[in-house]
Design a protein around this ligand. Structure first.
Ligand code: C2E
Ligand code: CA
Ligand code: CA
Ligand code: CA
Length: 279
């Protein structure tokens, strides 16, 4: 049933004369799914190459659809962005992550940080910072246990508003990460101005890093750039031992990818961490 969700976007659009009908339907289904608690967070660990430990995990949303099985984010997040429903989803994600952090208190997983994804659209929402703060407080979670991943457009568009939002998050103590670094924008100036803790090198540079000289050059340059700015670096999409070795040799701080683990439900993550097989 794992890949059933792949075609859900088509499920909502296929054979429908009016694409608007399917959008409305998906939007209605998402709001019901929130009410019925059909979303779930999967967690993908990040391996710290400096001491071979897992200190953080990225939360990735899935939809346990009663008929479609496990629906992947690509099949509903883009439409939720368009409809604005992403705001409600984001609130749910932040609360769910905080609840998980609270559940890990007094367990062997108490040190873990959770990174959640927030889109530019979600950051537009005036209430998101307050929501993050109250979700942390309601669950008694120290703010530095939470990390927010933002794609580059957040640092390039609507700068005044976003700078204000991110500064508030930074002052709260929430960690900030740049997601998918290196795709889409050529501007680097924003690295000077925003209080960023972590930079995630996009998977597209890592996939062929052993075969393509250009990708290797860019990856090494990004690692050095980040370090010179006092920012930690994660490489995304690491799938082989050779890629791991390359990144370790070039002092990349952390790696994330199928070579370490696919995104898994919390109980599976706990089992894998307990068995020590991720380290
Ligand atoms: P992303 O934030 O760049 O997340 C990384 C994606 O790469 C995830 O796909 C993950 O499963 C996949 N991945 C991780 N390691 C590997 C690897 O080694 N090889 C390959 N081929 N893929 C790998 P996923 O979970 O399908 O999520 C896709 C995108 O959906 C995310 O990209 C993010 O943009 C969005 N997304 C997921 N959860 C949320 C959420 O809670 N809120 C928002 N706003 N967006 C989300
Ligand atoms: Ca991400
Ligand atoms: Ca990413
Ligand atoms: Ca992405």
């Amino acid at each position: 049933a794992k890949d059933q969700g792949r075609n859900t976007y088509q499920f909502y659009t296929e054979g429908m004369q009016d694409r608007e009908v399917s959008r409305l339907e998906l939007d209605k289904d998402i709001s019901q799914a929130l009410a019925k608690d059909e979303f779930v967070l999967y967690y993908q660990p990040q391996l710290d190459l400096r001491d071979s430990s897992i200190k953080s995990v990225e939360a990735l949303i899935r939809w346990q659809h009663p008929r479609r099985g496990l629906v992947q984010p690509m099949d509903f997040i883009p439409l939720a962005e368009e409809s604005g429903r992403i705001t409600d989803i984001g609130h749910w994600v932040v609360m769910a992550a905080c609840k998980q952090l609270a559940a890990w208190r007094d367990t062997p997983f108490a040190h873990l940080r959770i990174a959640v994804n927030l889109s530019g659209r979600e950051l537009d929402d005036e209430h998101i910072v307050d929501h993050i703060q109250s979700s942390l407080e309601a669950n008694g979670v120290p703010p530095d246990r939470l990390e927010v991943e933002l794609t580059e457009e957040v640092f390039i568009q609507n700068i005044e508003h976003n700078m204000n939002q991110l500064t508030r998050l930074h002052h709260l103590g929430v960690h900030l990460a740049i997601d998918d670094f290196g795709v889409g924008y050529s501007s680097l100036g924003y690295l000077r101005n925003f209080p960023v803790d972590l930079l995630k090198i996009d998977r597209s540079f890592i996939t062929d890093v052993m075969e393509r000289h250009d990708d290797a050059v860019i990856t090494r340059a990004v690692i050095n750039l980040a370090h010179n700015l006092g920012i930690e670096v994660v490489a995304e999409g690491v799938e082989t031992a050779e890629q791991l070795r390359f990144l370790k040799n070039h002092r990349c701080d952390l790696i994330q990818g199928y070579f370490i683990s696919r995104p898994v439900p919390a109980d599976e993550l706990e089992k894998a961490l307990r068995s020590g097989k991720l380290e």
